[in-house]
Design a protein around this ligand. Structure first.
Ligand SMILES: [Fe+2]
Length: 308
């Protein structure tokens, strides 16, 4: 089997409002639109993803919370209805998805080998969380690429940020080894919002965009500082700033997906492509892409990928 590789990583946040704004057949509530700049950012990301032709999409979601260990979806077909507990008025989504169980098992085994507590999720009636579904729907609404879903152990909350993100670094590197060994052409999706300070009341019409703006100016400035560095490929600097950013902007990347993705990619110092930025109930959301093929960091690019 040819060695697999990661071809790209995306920062792909999951406000359910974006699905609500799109009015897909799978979602019950109807909207008049809303959050267009972010939804159009996802449209651009979809085009890139399509050109990459991955075998599998791996997503780490903060809203599949597992208190003991890092869990992996382990049932070939999962279907049902997923409801956002905070916004059931916006997100009641009928899902039907296919899991790359072989790769999920390899990720689980590699992470266990590296010392993490891991578990395969084998419940055939499992209700997949809205974070996983929103990110996947927004990046690939056709649902025609198998996925690997990874839970948030939330160790950065139970331990401390440094220790918890240390676990995510291990999980990322284990994910990379599993991808390489199973021969997959993989895309990683970090399902995270940046500044997570938000409004506590919803407008009467949730998609009334006259009410949508950053909840906190300092949080907005933090988002711009981080995005600016990411766009210039200054990855190391971003990770140096991460604990302070998390603390001051209540950034959702604390839950680990962002670190997991960068660890898996080998923390490349390459410019990220910003597809778009927008707020959702005041939180900051960026859709960004790190295309390792374009950067020449894949075997297809003629340069050996950096060892993770
Ligand atoms: Fe979230």
């Amino acid at each position: 089997m040819a060695q697999g590789e990661i071809v790209a990583g995306f920062l792909a946040p999951h406000p359910p409002h974006l699905v609500y704004g799109e009015n897909p057949a799978q979602n019950e509530p109807r909207s008049q639109g809303g959050w267009e700049p972010l939804r159009w950012a996802y449209e651009r990301a979809r085009k890139s993803l399509d050109e990459l032709k991955p075998d599998v999409l791996l997503v780490h979601s903060p809203h599949w919370m597992t208190h003991v260990g890092h869990h992996f979806l382990g049932v070939r077909n999962l279907s049902g209805k997923s409801v956002d507990p905070i916004f059931p008025n916006l997100f009641r989504y009928t899902f039907d998805l296919t899991v790359d169980v072989e790769l999920a098992e390899a990720c689980c085994a590699e992470a266990a080998e590296a010392g993490l507590v891991t578990k395969m999720m084998r419940n055939p009636n499992f209700r997949v969380d809205y974070g996983t579904i929103t990110t996947l729907h927004m990046i690939r609404p056709q649902w025609d690429i198998p996925i690997v879903g990874i839970s948030a152990n939330n160790s950065p909350y139970y331990l401390n940020t440094k220790e918890g993100l240390g676990e995510m670094d291990i999980l990322g590197k284990a994910t990379r080894r599993a991808i390489e060994k199973t021969g997959r052409r993989a895309v990683l999706l970090a399902s995270n919002t940046l500044c997570h300070l938000h409004f506590h009341e919803e407008p009467a019409t949730p998609e009334d965009m006259s009410q949508e703006h950053p909840q906190n100016y300092d949080g907005y400035k933090w988002d711009m500082r981080i995005i600016d560095l990411l766009r210039r490929g200054r990855t190391r600097e971003v990770f140096d700033l991460l604990p302070q950013f998390i603390e001051e902007a209540f950034a959702e990347i604390k839950s680990g997906a962002f670190t997991w993705m960068f660890a898996a990619m080998g923390y490349p110092e390459i410019p990220g492509e910003l597809h778009g930025y927008g707020t959702v109930i005041g939180t900051g959301n960026a859709v960004m892409e790190w295309n390792l093929v374009k950067a020449g960091l894949t075997r297809g690019g003629g340069v050996l990928a950096r060892a993770g």
